[in-house]
Ligand binder design. Structure first.
Ligand SMILES: O=C(O)CCC(=O)C(=O)O
Length: 292
């Protein structure tokens, strides 16, 4: 459930003009705590990931029969909630692990357009955490809308970590998406409980958000407060991905190198991949500064 209202909402600042200008990218990122690139990715590249995930959802009987799977319409009365504080039924774990084992899903955060941008932003060799996340929000499940938080709380490592959030498909105001508190990165690392409760946010907090079109890319710093917005549609599932990027040199928490949720290990997730696939364990060939 969203704990505090968003009184002030402005559109994201379009940073497309800065893609070839690292100084401008860094300036905007430092000022606003985020960068937004409408239409950065080819729509087909994003839709391919969406389709693959929805086909898994269909096999798990989560979608309404007789409709185009690509629409992502949930079966009447069916929903899944992924919760940190409650045990997750094994069938749901299997559903999520199937997504995590898709090669396409694991390759997506390595998209050259995204890697190129983060390299320009950070100005030195970078790597993407293999802990790639699929966000799945069923309609009307408002208590599962992501609360305001800074990613540094769960992710740790270096605060110079950047999350890339990508909507898998168009995301209008009914589907919600993600909003960021502009400039909140400049407040430093805050008490997570007080961010979640809304205590450290007020009516003057300037939230940036606008509908997302398929191919838009949102990048935010791990100190930037952001939140999900409710999915108020009648029957549409919201799908998005988030991956985290940093320099090879700076500290990374060991957990960032493990699969999301920990319901399977890499050996299980890679079971159907080609034996010599270079995407497997790609981070192990880097000289990382791992903190346990
Ligand atoms: O997609 C969402 O609902 C929340 C995403 C988020 O909070 C994150 O990527 O850190």
């Amino acid at each position: 459930m969203t704990s505090s209202a968003m009184q002030k909402i402005c559109d994201f600042v379009d940073c497309s003009g800065a893609t070839q200008d690292p100084d401008q990218l860094r300036y905007l990122a430092a000022q606003n705590g985020y960068l937004y690139f409408p239409g950065l990715l080819p729509v087909e590249d994003v839709l391919a990931v969406r389709r693959a995930i929805l086909h898994i959802a269909d096999r798990h009987s989560l979608l309404r029969a007789g409709l185009d799977v690509d629409e992502g319409i949930r079966k009447e009365g069916v929903y899944i909630d992924l919760e940190y504080d409650k045990p997750t039924p094994p069938a749901l774990q299997r559903f999520y692990n199937e997504i995590l084992s898709l090669r396409l899903f694991n390759a997506f955060p390595h998209h050259p357009m995204v890697m190129g941008l983060i390299e320009s932003l950070l100005g030195e060799p970078i790597f993407v955490h293999p802990r790639h996340i699929c966000h799945i929000l069923f309609p009307g499940r408002f208590e599962h809308t992501t609360e305001p938080h800074q990613d540094f709380h769960p992710v740790g490592g270096t605060p110079n970590t950047w999350t890339v959030w990508i909507s898998l498909g168009d995301c209008d105001s009914d589907l919600g998406g993600v909003a960021v508190a502009c400039g909140s990165n400049r407040r430093g690392y805050l008490d997570n409980a007080r961010v979640i409760s809304g205590e450290l946010l007020d009516n003057e907090t300037e939230w940036h958000w606008n509908p997302f079109s398929c191919g838009d890319v949102l990048i935010f710093n791990s100190l930037t407060i952001h939140r999900g917005r409710d999915n108020i549609t009648a029957d549409r599932i919201r799908l998005s991905t988030s991956a985290r990027y940093q320099t090879v040199r700076e500290p990374v928490d060991a957990a960032a190198l493990t699969p999301h949720w920990g319901w399977a290990d890499w050996v299980e997730l890679y079971a159907d991949w080609e034996e010599d696939d270079l995407l497997k364990y790609y981070w192990q060939s880097l000289e990382l500064n791992i903190r346990t």
